[in-house]
Design a protein around this ligand. Structure first.
Ligand code: PEP
Ligand code: MN
Length: 362
């Protein structure tokens, strides 16, 4: 439920509404807007009598949020949510953010090498799993804490923001400490305890759609994150299971405009897991930008045949360069552009102050 205040409502009237909501046993979340303040009522299971609030001074109207997800919905918040990383890159605005890197961090040299290459080609966020949720317990499970250290070093050297997956409460804390964004993978989309931990970890979250999750289930999973007080959440379409085995998954691009109409959160697409086939990644990346995705997350490996995970869907660096060029043209055709870091040559070692964006972007 959303209590919309009159534009002339006084701070005291707003305070009174907050107090009444508290006395009714619910949480109140004031959201000042350009024109007027709205107060979100949280913890509401739909059985509330709105008359008590409608009669309070300064209240313009009480809106019942019709969707099962509340804070995530466009009814709750009309304006797009913008997530800003430490390097000044903004996700959810007019610029399309390209995240790229290997499926897994396999070693220091590998991640530093690919980070430098994808940065050069236009990525602004580096991906790479340190904790890998693998289908088989015998497959490479990731380098864990060491992998996070390598990612942090890659950020120092390149200015790229870091997104990496957390698989449980412990790794969520570690990821929050080292990375700019916590990824919750498809296999954990409905791991509600993990969602609550990630919601409290104090960093933006990238929530990937489960491989057989409905759109409503995806948005309700996101609601867990927002209900913990984390408003910096982005969603990612990464393909769903299909009857056809020709591709690894079926990248549901209808989800992009659909989810964007239902929520104010940024929506990304992952054409790598969405297809599982290297040759299909770039066409689907182009299609995702055309469909309105706010970002892409793409697997790129210095030597895909040797990759310890997801080599078959990993692009060679040169292919990634082409993808960025083509997606830039598609973005321009729909009035957008790709987010970019300031131009600069990466230093051989050490932090590269010269290429890091200013602390406070202009
Ligand atoms: C990944 O990003 O490497 C990954 C495991 O993705 P998903 O959770 O979508 O399978
Ligand atoms: Mn992968």
């Amino acid at each position: 439920m959303l209590i919309v205040m009159d534009h002339r409502a006084t701070p005291e009237e707003i305070e009174r509404v907050v107090d009444v909501i508290g006395a009714m046993g619910y949480g109140a979340k004031p959201m000042p807007g350009r024109q007027r303040t709205a107060i979100g009522l949280v913890g509401n299971d739909g059985r509330i009598d709105s008359a008590r609030l409608e009669g309070l001074p300064g209240v313009r109207e009480v809106i019942k949020v019709s969707k099962p997800y509340k804070q995530v919905s466009r009814e709750w918040r009309e304006e797009d949510t913008l997530i800003e990383f430490g390097n000044g890159v903004k996700l959810g605005g007019p610029e399309v953010v390209v995240m790229a890197g290997p499926c897994a961090v396999e070693g220091r040299d590998q991640i530093l090498d690919i980070a430098a290459q994808v940065r050069e080609m236009g990525a602004t966020v580096l991906r790479g799993g340190a904790f890998k949720p693998r289908t088989s317990p015998y497959s490479f499970q990731g380098l864990g804490a060491k992998g996070l250290e390598h990612l942090a070093e890659a950020r120092e050297r390149t200015g790229l923001a870091i997104v990496t997956e957390a698989v449980d409460a412990e790794s969520a804390e570690q990821v929050a400490e080292h990375a700019d964004m916590i990824q919750i993978g498809a296999r954990n989309m409905q791991n509600y305890r993990l969602l609550r931990c990630a919601g409290r970890a104090g960093k933006p979250v990238l929530l990937k759609r489960g491989m057989s999750a409905t759109i409503t289930e995806l948005l309700l999973a996101a609601e867990y994150l927002l209900s913990e007080g984390n408003a910096a959440v982005a969603l990612c379409e990464r393909g769903v299971r299909s009857f056809d085995q020709s591709t690894r998954n079926l990248l549901d691009l209808t989800a992009v405009p659909l989810v964007k109409s239902l929520t104010h959160l940024p929506v990304l697409a992952d054409p790598s897991h969405g297809t599982g086939v290297r040759a299909k990644v770039t066409p689907m990346a182009r299609a995702a930008v055309a469909a309105g995705a706010d970002g892409l997350i793409v697997e790129v490996h210095p030597n895909p045949p040797e990759a310890l995970s997801d080599g078959a869907q990993s692009l060679y660096p040169a292919q990634f360069g082409e993808l960025v060029g083509q997606c830039g043209s598609i973005a321009a055709a729909i009035g957008r552009s790709l987010a970019a870091l300031p131009v600069g040559e990466p230093a051989a070692d050490g932090p590269q102050a010269a290429t890091r964006p200013p602390e406070t972007p202009a």
